[in-house]
Design a protein around this ligand. Structure first.
Ligand code: MRU
Length: 334
């Protein structure tokens, strides 16, 4: 069974501490919205769908505590990370129930279940893409840790494996915080899925030498025209895949699609602390006088995307634009 990133029961949100993996399995038990906000900010919980669900339960904890109203609780949680639109969608799902006098726990549970179900549907929709593409490259962690259960990019891999496919996964290490080598490799190793971790700057070599059949990644926010934000380094993988004729797929639940953003230029990109680049596991690796820049995401133009793997099936960028035109957007305040 894939791991579960978080779960809620009776006023306590339990999170698998993603900073401690793979060395230690630590479960944190949170009872205050402020602690949930801090967990999101510090990447204790991370990955667009997971932070949306965590924030939804953060709203529930705020409601139970009674110190903050819905607007202030939503503001506190929204201020944590700007790029993943799921964060705002999850907060909004509970804020609406709270302000309408509804059952906030039921709203958060319903939101979590929707994310989990959609990721499972992504797995089923994407698995057939891997019938002939057995060597898959992925970037960052778009597995169960990032989505509560199943994953987005990892869901088709899991489903294809269940159906008997013999897959091999190239795992980009994903500097600076190593979500690939720490988290994706951990998920794959637990399930005995064959894989190799590669340095980020090795991906071009494997793409250019015919050793990758498909690239499959998640996303943090997908604009109406199909431009999308994902972990820094995704853009260059997409360009190199395109240059070498390797299909490039983006898997995401509906909470990651932002129909209000016409294109990628309008997606906010989070810039994180320079220490994440200057240090490795808390140890300084750059000279004391050096500074760094640390954008956490980049934006990949839709022209590099072969198809989006969605809960409604595999859609080309023009099909996606039409599907988004039909869907109402619920991204309140994003
Ligand atoms: O900074 P992170 O670790 O939260 O970034 C996560 C990613 O970029 C993932 O690829 C994205 O959220 C998709 S998760 C299904």
């Amino acid at each position: 069974m894939p791991v579960r990133a978080l779960w809620y029961r009776a006023g306590t949100l339990s999170l698998l501490d993603q900073r401690a993996l793979p060395a230690r399995t630590v479960v944190l038990r949170l009872r205050r919205a402020e602690d949930v906000a801090e967990a999101i900010r510090t990447l204790t919980v991370r990955g667009a769908p997971s932070i949306g669900v965590a924030a939804a339960y953060g709203m529930v904890l705020a409601r139970r505590e009674g110190r903050l109203g819905p607007a202030r609780a939503a503001k506190l949680l929204r201020a944590t990370r700007p790029t993943a639109v799921d964060l705002f969608v999850g907060i909004e799902a509970v804020r609406l129930a709270w302000e309408g006098g509804g059952d906030v726990e039921a709203a958060a549970d319903e939101y979590r279940q929707r994310v989990v179900d959609e990721c499972h549907r992504i797995g089923n929709a994407g698995a057939h893409l891997l019938r002939r593409a057995h060597r898959v490259l992925t970037h960052c962690n778009a597995g169960a840790l990032a989505t509560v259960e199943w994953g987005t990019a990892l869901a088709p891999i899991r489903v294809a494996r269940e159906r008997g496919a013999h897959l091999f996964v190239w795992v980009d290490e994903t500097r600076p915080l190593l979500q690939g080598s720490r988290l994706t490799a951990w998920e794959l190793a637990r399930e005995r899925i064959p894989h190799a971790v590669i340095a980020d700057n090795a991906a071009g070599h494997y793409l250019a030498t015919g050793q990758v059949d498909a690239v499959l990644v998640g996303a943090d926010r997908i604009a109406r025209n199909g431009d999308f934000a994902n972990k820094i380094g995704t853009y260059e993988k997409a360009v190199v895949a395109h240059e070498n004729g390797v299909p490039f797929y983006v898997a995401a639940p509906w909470s990651t699609f932002d129909a209000r953003r016409p294109n990628g230029r309008t997606i906010p990109v989070e810039e994180r602390s320079e220490n994440e680049v200057l240090e490795l596991s808390g140890r300084r690796i750059a000279p004391g006088r050096s500074h760094a820049r640390n954008p956490a995401f980049d934006v990949t133009p839709a022209k590099y995307v072969t198809a989006f793997v969605t809960p409604a099936g595999v859609l080309s960028p023009p099909e996606l634009a039409r599907a988004l035109g039909r869907r109402a957007s619920h991204t309140g305040g994003a």
